[in-house]
Every structure is written in structure tokens, then in C-alpha cells.
Design a protein around this ligand. Structure first.
Ligand SMILES: Cc1cc2nc3c(=O)[nH]c(=O)nc-3n(C[C@H](O)[C@H](O)[C@H](O)COP(=O)(O)OP(=O)(O)OC[C@H]3O[C@@H](n4cnc5c(N)ncnc54)[C@H](O)[C@@H]3O)c2cc1C
Length: 241
């Protein structure tokens, strides 16, 4: 289906937009270098394990970081010898009264492993996920005796999950990793060479990414559109609308 419009603004994944949707037809040397990993590395991807617990664990701080006696090993080649636990017991909207949700997250530079495994061998992907969450539960049991019996639900979002929901290249959580010069201007611009009436804005626009960058990008590309159409750029705060 084709929707006709005056301008197109993509806020989807940078790689998908430039090299798949636009077939790599509007690029320059810098963009190709970026694609080939010659300018910046991808930000880490994330393994996010979330447990639904039948107790609220309010006797524990909502966030803890602690070393473990044995390493937690991921089949993607990473291992960790410390854990972070985030008990959401301050948020009554996430679980029924008296219960809670707790999440542990881990960074990996090899999101591709999980993405490829899910694509090529779904049964093994599920098996590896189960092995990982079981090993994690064993380590949690050492710190919080009895927690294994309190687990009512397990959810494991891998880099393949991040890719499936957001299309972010190789499951990158925040776009590009900042380079050596964090003040350097970004190689990802709001426009592409040779393509008029097209704009691009997302966390890929500034290394480091994250929610603040996504918001700033949205504001700055709007300014650019206002300038193009000779309109004033004004911020209307909710209380003024
Ligand atoms: C587990 C995790 C924890 C994080 N924690 C933090 C944090 O604590 N603080 C922080 O600042 N940042 C955090 N981030 C990063 C932050 O979430 C992202 O940097 C931010 O959401 C990026 O916003 P975006 O709008 O650029 O891209 P996205 O949020 O990825 O939005 C892109 C959108 O485009 C849509 N899309 C893709 N392809 C198409 C298509 N073909 N058609 C239509 N729509 C399409 C996707 O569905 C998606 O909704 C975290 C990320 C993860 C994965």
C-alpha cells in the first residue's frame, strides 16, 4: 500500500531505514563507513530476565548489586560475576497485592548470537533461554533463600526480542556506542544525500542514544521542518494547550 505525503520522517531503525527500506540508494562514503563499523561500534544489546514472585520482597531494597560465588555464563560468549536485582515492589501496578516483579539485566556485545539462534533453531533458542534463567535462579537462591519457590512467572527478553519489537539493528539497545570523542558531531544526519522531502530522527542520531536523545532528536527535526516551511518553532507545554 502506498500513502502519498509531502514529507516522510522515519523514526525507525537506522540500518533498516537506510539499507533495507531505501535499499542503500541514498548514501555517501561516511554512511557506508558507519554501516561497516569503521566509525562507531553498536551499543550493547540487553538480556532482560523478569520474574513474577508470589511475595513482595519489601524487606529488600528495590535495587541491589552484588558479587556471585560462580559466574553466570551466557551461550553468546559473555559471563558475569555480579548481579543486579531490581525489585519493583514500589510499583503496585505491576503485580497483585502481596506479590512483585523483579528484573535482572545484562549487557552483551553479541546480540547477533541470540538473533541468529532464534532464526535458525527455535527449539535450541528456547532450551538456551531456559538454561540461562534456571542458572540465574540458582544464583538468586544463594542471595535470597526460598526465592526459587516464589517464582510464578519467568519472562526472558533476549536481543532477538528487542529486534522483533523495535527492529533495532542487531538488537542494539541505544544505537551507537559513543566513540573516543564524545563531543564529536554525529555521522547520522536528519537528511540523506540525494533524497529530498525525507527526514530521519531517532536514538541513532547521537552516539549513546537512550530516551533523552530520542526526545531531543524529535524536537530538533521538528525545528528543521518548521524552518523549511518558514513556521515559528514553539514549544507548547501541556498546561498551555
Ligand atoms: C532493556 C532496555 C533498557 C533500556 N533502558 C534505558 C534507560 O534506562 N534509559 C534510557 O535513556 N534508555 C534506555 N533504553 C534505550 C531506549 O529505550 C532507546 O534508546 C529509545 O527507546 C530509542 O527510541 P527511538 O524512538 O529512537 O527508537 P525505538 O524506541 O526503537 O522506536 C522505533 C519504533 O519504530 C518502530 N518501527 C520499526 N520498524 C518499523 C516499520 N517498518 N514501520 C513502522 N514502525 C516501525 C518500532 O516498532 C518502534 O516502535 C533501554 C533499552 C532497552 C532495550
Amino acid at each position: 500500500m502506498t500513502h502519498l505525503c509531502d514529507d516522510v520522517l522515519s523514526t525507525a531503525d537506522w540500518y533498516k531505514t537506510v539499507f533495507e527500506y531505501l535499499k542503500g540508494e541514498f548514501v555517501n562514503e561516511k554512511i557506508l563507513k558507519l554501516r561497516d563499523g569503521k566509525l562507531l561500534d553498536l551499543y550493547y544489546s540487553v538480556l532482560l530476565v523478569t520474574y513474577g514472585l508470589k511475595r513482595d520482597y519489601k524487606e529488600h531494597p528495590h535495587f541491589l548489586r552484588f558479587p556471585t560465588p560462580v559466574s553466570l555464563v551466557s551461550p553468546c560468549g559473555k559471563s558475569w560475576d555480579r548481579l543486579e536485582t531490581h525489585f519493583y515492589h514500589y510499583d503496585p501496578t505491576l503485580a497483585p497485592q502481596g506479590k512483585t516483579v523483579m528484573a535482572c539485566s545484562f549487557y552483551t556485545t553479541n546480540g547477533k548470537y541470540w538473533i541468529d539462534l532464534r532464526k535458525n533453531d527455535r527449539a535450541k533458542y528456547r532450551e538456551e533461554k531456559k538454561k540461562f534463567t534456571d542458572s540465574l535462579a540458582d544464583l538468586l537462591e544463594l542471595k535470597f533463600p526460598g526465592i526459587k519457590d516464589d517464582i510464578e512467572m519467568v519472562d526472558f527478553a533476549t536481543p532477538a526480542t528487542i529486534l522483533r519489537y523495535t527492529n533495532n539493528w542487531q538488537g542494539s539497545a541505544q544505537g551507537w556506542l559513543p566513540g573516543e570523542n564524545i563531543a564529536a558531531s554525529s555521522p547520522v544526519k536528519f537528511t540523506l544525500p540525494g533524497l529530498s522531502h525525507f527526514y530521519y530522527a531517532s536514538h541513532w542520531g547521537q552516539p549513546g542514544g537512550g530516551l533523552p536523545i530520542a526526545v531531543i532528536q524529535g524536537r530538533d527535526v521538528t525545528k528543521l521542518l518548521c524552518k523549511h516551511y518558514k513556521k515559528d518553532f514553539r514549544v507548547i507545554r501541556p498546561e498551555q494547550s
